[in-house]
Design a protein around this ligand. Structure first.
Ligand code: YOG
Length: 134
């Protein structure tokens, strides 16, 4: 039985989001807005199929994938770079590798207690986000 990420989650902390955005080449004005945001994630999981909707007052981002099936990701409204993405289980963690122009790009989701964690990686930068159930 895989871990169950289903739910609506609100951001409560966002460590080094600035460094992550700089690594992605996000411009200063956009970063200023983005770091004020408190995004919400709505995760719908059916076994190994995922639908993750990240919403905010500024931009929204939708990601749909199946574990072990590589897909094209466009990062529209984020840095807009296309990449090939693959999500796999590493024990109870959901690990995404985003292969493209940026080295070492990807993210990891996991649950700790009743909190949702997200680590976002790009080049030598790591952003750590924590979400609580809405
Ligand atoms: O999550 O990929 O849950 O896709 C990363 C922002 C900010 C836009 C957010 C909008 C990267 C301006 C998505 C924030 C910074 C800054 C809310 C993280 C780029 C642009 C959408 C992500 C995965 C895992 C699912």
């Amino acid at each position: 039985m895989p871990v169950d990420f289903n739910g609506t989650w609100n951001l409560v902390s966002n460590d080094n989001f600035e460094g992550y955005m700089v690594a992605l080449g996000i411009d200063f004005a956009t970063r200023k807005i983005a770091k004020m945001l408190k995004p919400q994630k709505v995760i719908k999981q059916d076994g190994d199929s995922f639908h993750i909707h990240t919403t905010s007052t500024f931009r929204d981002y939708v990601l749909q994938f199946k574990i072990g099936e590589e897909f094209d990701e466009d990062n529209k409204g984020l840095d807009n770079r296309k990449c090939k993405s693959l999500v796999t289980w590493e024990n109870d963690k959901l690990v995404c590798v985003q292969t493209g122009e940026k080295k070492n790009r990807g993210w990891t989701h996991w649950l700790e207690g009743d909190d949702l964690y997200l680590e976002l990686r790009c080049e030598n930068q790591v952003c750590r986000q924590v979400f609580k159930r809405a």
